[in-house]
Design a protein around this ligand. Structure first.
Ligand code: FO1
Length: 350
């Protein structure tokens, strides 16, 4: 799977649950093995420590120690150190580093300082809890996303700030001109990423931010190529329902790359693999069923199902619908081949 943090977590938990339903009794509750390629564009050095917000959101959520209400950080968090840091004027006053969460950042930073790579650190962090899935950072290179925002007070008319400042301080309300990932040219997929994509049976694209989460993963040189190469069907889930963002602020990001905030426009933006794009299948909400014919005409296997992930059950149902659509996409690519992933009915399928 390709995933960002907050939007990705629920879907990844749903996939883990659905795999345990379909292929029970393996390690971590299921015989299926799930690898998640995680966005690292939101990562940042702050107050002397390395933060990996999307990775941590997935880690905490899969471990069941996340703050589900806020969508980030640890449950039962306290903020004593954050209060001290504010007194010292270290870090950002609008950005809270919880005490338990800081433990993770300190451990990560210590290991990085000792010479471990980002993916080695990610592996060590995952050893603490039985997650049932493997999390891989998209790249070991620091590709932090920066945002160009219009600023009439500077001679250039624009200034750059880290994505986290734009997102948390300004709640994405400052008009963005462009998103740029640092060091992209030097970046390579982290060890295991290409192998996971090329060697998998199904690739799922989570309903995460198409620009700053999925877009960043795809911009790491080598990842798009792996997705083009894989024999697995690639199926995405729309993060937009009825013209509205499900979670997060993707509606502030999509216009920056000239994409409308609709499920159909995001599907078009990703494009059909048969014509050089990313996807074989695209899952939209029932509210967007009117776009199915037009999506099918692009060469996408498209289906509409309820996309709202209200709880683990609805998240698992959505994961099941994505796997079913993958089965359909695979069958149309290789007719007659037996399909182990299927359940008989995909409601709303065209
Ligand atoms: N989001 C906020 O809106 N305010 C915060 O103070 C904040 C702190 C924070 C600390 C660690 C961490 O891993 C994530 C944190 N987030 C915070 C969430 C994060 O900024 C974004 O939601 C994601 O990067 C976008 O997916």
């Amino acid at each position: 799977m390709l995933a960002g943090g907050v939007g990705g977590s629920r879907f990844v938990r749903g996939v883990r649950e659905e795999c345990a339903r379909r292929w029970p009794d393996g390690e971590g509750g299921s015989e299926a093995s799930v690898t998640v390629v995680v966005n690292t564009g939101d990562d940042i050095w702050l107050a002397g420590v390395r933060l990996m917000p999307d990775f941590d959101s997935l880690l905490y959520s899969l471990a069941g120690v996340n703050d589900a209400e806020r969508g980030w950080g640890r449950a039962g968090e306290t903020e004593r150190v954050a209060a001290e840091l504010r007194e010292w004027g270290v870090g950002w006053p609008w950005f809270t580093l919880g005490d338990l969460d800081l433990g993770t950042h300190l451990a990560r930073t210590a290991w990085l300082r000792e010479g471990a790579t980002v993916s080695e650190v990610a592996e060590r962090l995952q050893r603490r809890w039985p997650l049932g899935v493997r999390l891989l950072p998209a790249t070991d290179t620091e590709v932090d996303t920066w945002v160009d925002v219009a600023d009439p007070d500077v001679p250039e008319g624009a200034r750059a700030m880290h994505f986290q400042e734009w997102w948390t301080r300004y709640r994405a309300a400052l008009p963005a001109l462009a998103f740029r990932q640092r060091n992209l040219r030097a970046a390579q997929p982290a060890p295991g990423v290409v192998e996971a994509i090329v060697g998998s049976d199904v690739v799922l694209v989570a309903p995460s931010n198409p620009v700053v989460s999925i877009g960043t993963i795809l911009s790491v040189p080598g990842i798009r190529e792996a997705l083009a190469e894989t024999h697995a069907p690639v199926v995405g889930v729309s993060p937009i329902i009825g013209g509205r963002v499900v979670r997060g602020m993707a509606d502030a990001c999509l216009p920056v790359i000239g994409v409308e905030t609709t499920a159909e426009a995001v599907g078009r933006h990703y494009g059909a693999r048969s014509s050089g794009g990313l996807l074989d299948g695209w899952l939209v909400d029932e509210a967007d069923a009117a776009s199915l014919a037009s999506l099918a005409s692009l060469g996408l296997a498209a289906a509409s199902v309820p996309l709202w992930m209200r709880d683990l059950g609805t998240s698992a149902d959505l994961a099941g619908a994505a796997l079913d659509l993958a089965g359909r996409a695979r069958r149309s690519a290789a007719p007659g081949r037996p399909e182990p992933l299927d359940r008989p009915d995909v409601p709303g399928a065209t």
